[in-house]
Ligand binder design. Structure first.
Ligand SMILES: Cc1ncc(COP(=O)(O)O)c(C=O)c1O
Length: 398
């Protein structure tokens, strides 16, 4: 069976993690892996999660299967958090949310759902997009294309080019968006631009699919889910894949959900039946622990309030680091303009370095980042930022 099989090279980010771990340099910095870090470089559990876990341990009576929907209270609460409790689509009974193993699982189920519904559907994603999108959708058998998004020269959004490209899309096409904190480029449309994109989706009739993996990390829960609410107003059908990995710091518990808004309640039921059918053939039942914890948090006023505070703490730290980093780079006399770091949001930004400069950072300074020079801003702290800026000046030859 495996005689002719050749090994697949590891994902570059995994290779980077291994090289970083093996590096004895005490000044080493890992800017590659995409997890939130606090000032001490740790990725701690949230207090609201620890509290809810205690409640769960006291109250849980069985580990029997959950059923294909997962934890119903989680599905309801996460859908309402993203869309807003009073959203018309709930009154019209047009939304179905099904828990999945992480946001990645949600995206895969979304791809399977589309493939089963309309096998010839093709998907358009921003250029660039999360590397795993590029593997996941073709892996599910979907043809994938890109639309213009990031202007590398100005580190900004190519909004007009994006709109011109999306004007070519129509019914039967799926267009993928990052709701906030774009991974990898850190650039998001502003509210007015989102409105124009949602209007276009309504006019042209393409189906928006939104990846919302960082809700609360950019400006706030409502602000970061704005595009989904706007699409819900303009389009009869919307698909969104949410993740609780980052905003609840539940990474390894694999908590996510696929939500679909359909044209009416009957079609929404049909969609849900197809989701259950595709997940049954894949992983059968979703995991219980993480969603049960989030169910407890989102159904407790006190724990929800605590979550909001902890989420704001992570967001403010990232935004603060962005400001400090861009100011310190300018103060260090580096001529190249890095002020975009402050204008962008979420954990990621491209530093605009060549592969050679990225390798020099790694080989000469033990500063690890992927070849595209995407950095995780949350990996900076008071102790390592100046060292990074010194190294940056050297590799930029300034
Ligand atoms: C853009 C984007 N989408 C989805 C995910 C999925 O996250 P997870 O499967 O860990 O919930 C990530 C995680 O890094 C991401 O960056």
């Amino acid at each position: 069976m495996f005689e002719k099989l050749n090994a697949i090279p590891p994902d570059p980010i995994l290779g980077l993690i291994a090289a970083y771990a093996a590096d004895p340099n005490p000044k080493k910095i890992d800017l590659g892996i995409g997890v939130y870090r606090d000032e001490a470089g740790n990725t701690p559990m949230l207090d609201c999660v620890v509290e809810a876990e205690k409640i769960l341990l006291r109250t849980q009576t069985t580990k029997t299967y959950l059923g294909p929907r997962g934890v119903p209270g989680f599905n309801q609460a996460i859908g309402e958090t993203i869309l807003g409790k009073d959203n018309e689509v709930f009154k019209q009974n047009r939304v179905r949310t099904v828990q999945t193993p992480g946001g990645t699982g949600a995206l895969r189920v979304a791809a399977d759902l589309v493939k089963v519904t309309r096998p010839e559907t093709e998907l358009w994603a921003s250029d660039p997009t999360w590397a795993n999108h590029l593997a996941l959708f073709p892996g599910a058998g979907m043809a994938m294309h890109s639309y213009p998004y990031f202007d590398a020269e100005n580190s900004s959004l190519r909004f007009d080019d994006m709109i011109a490209a999306l004007q070519q899309r129509g019914p039967g096409d799926v267009v993928l968006f990052h709701a906030c904190c774009h991974n990898p480029c850190g650039v998001s449309p502003d509210p007015e631009q989102w409105q124009a994109i949602a209007n276009l989706a309504g006019e042209r009739g393409f189906t928006p699919m939104i990846d919302i993996a960082y809700m609360g990390f950019e400006r706030g829960i409502e602000e970061d889910s704005l595009c989904i609410r706007l699409f819900a107003e303009q389009c009869p059908e919307v698909i969104f894949a949410s993740s609780c990995s980052k905003n609840f710091a539940m990474y390894r518990e694999r908590v996510g959900a696929i939500s679909v808004i359909a044209g009416n309640a009957e079609k929404a039921d049909a969609v849900e039946s197809v989701i259950h059918n595709v997940t049954r053939k894949n992983y059968s039942m979703p995991p219980a622990h993480g969603p049960a914890v989030i169910d407890i948090i989102l159904h407790s006023e006190e724990l929800t309030a605590q979550w909001h505070v902890e989420l704001a703490g992570m967001r403010n730290r990232i935004n603060g680091l962005r400001k400090t980093l861009s100011e310190k780079i300018a103060a260090a006399g580096i001529q190249r303009d890095f002020s975009f770091i402050q204008r962008q949001s979420g954990m990621f930004s491209f530093m605009g370095l060549t592969v050679e400069q990225v390798h020099r950072l790694r080989d000469e300074f033990a500063i690890y980042t992927v070849n595209s020079s995407r950095v995780n801003v949350a990996s900076f702290n008071e102790g390592n930022m100046d060292y990074f800026i010194e190294a940056l000046a050297v590799v930029l030859d300034e």
